[in-house]
Design a protein around this ligand. Structure first.
Ligand SMILES: [Zn+2]
Ligand SMILES: [Zn+2]
Length: 115
């Protein structure tokens, strides 16, 4: 039989290794939230799918062609999708909020966001 130990959080005696049942459950929930945060920010697996679909659709319509950001439209083979309104600013994965640019234009846009 295991000895009682004080819970790390509330100090109540418990048979658990480090936390009482209540605090263990709360801790576990927090761990799950931390692990899920990439998804919650929208840059997990779902976004990668949306981005890949946006690039594929762009290629079908426009071919290997970048609409340009601060430069005229130009041919480009390294197209990437990006949010027009960033997720952090309340943007969504809606196709209307997704812009396809080449990597060069995308990083130019990141350094000089349109406001
Ligand atoms: Zn506790
Ligand atoms: Zn470009």
């Amino acid at each position: 039989m295991r000895r009682l130990r004080p819970c790390l959080v509330c100090g109540r005696l418990t048979r658990n290794a480090s936390r009482c049942d209540t605090d263990q459950a709360a801790w576990q929930q927090r761990q799950d939230q931390l692990r899920g945060s990439a998804h919650q920010r929208g840059y997990g697996q779902p976004w990668r799918k949306v981005a890949a679909a946006a690039v594929a659709a762009h290629r079908q319509t426009h071919g290997q062609w970048c609409p340009g950001w601060g430069v005229p439209a130009h041919p480009a083979s390294d197209l990437t999708a990006d949010h027009i309104t960033p997720k952090a600013a309340g943007g969504t994965d809606d196709p209307r909020n997704i812009q396809v640019l080449c990597r060069g234009c995308n990083s130019r846009k990141r350094n000089r966001p349109s406001t």
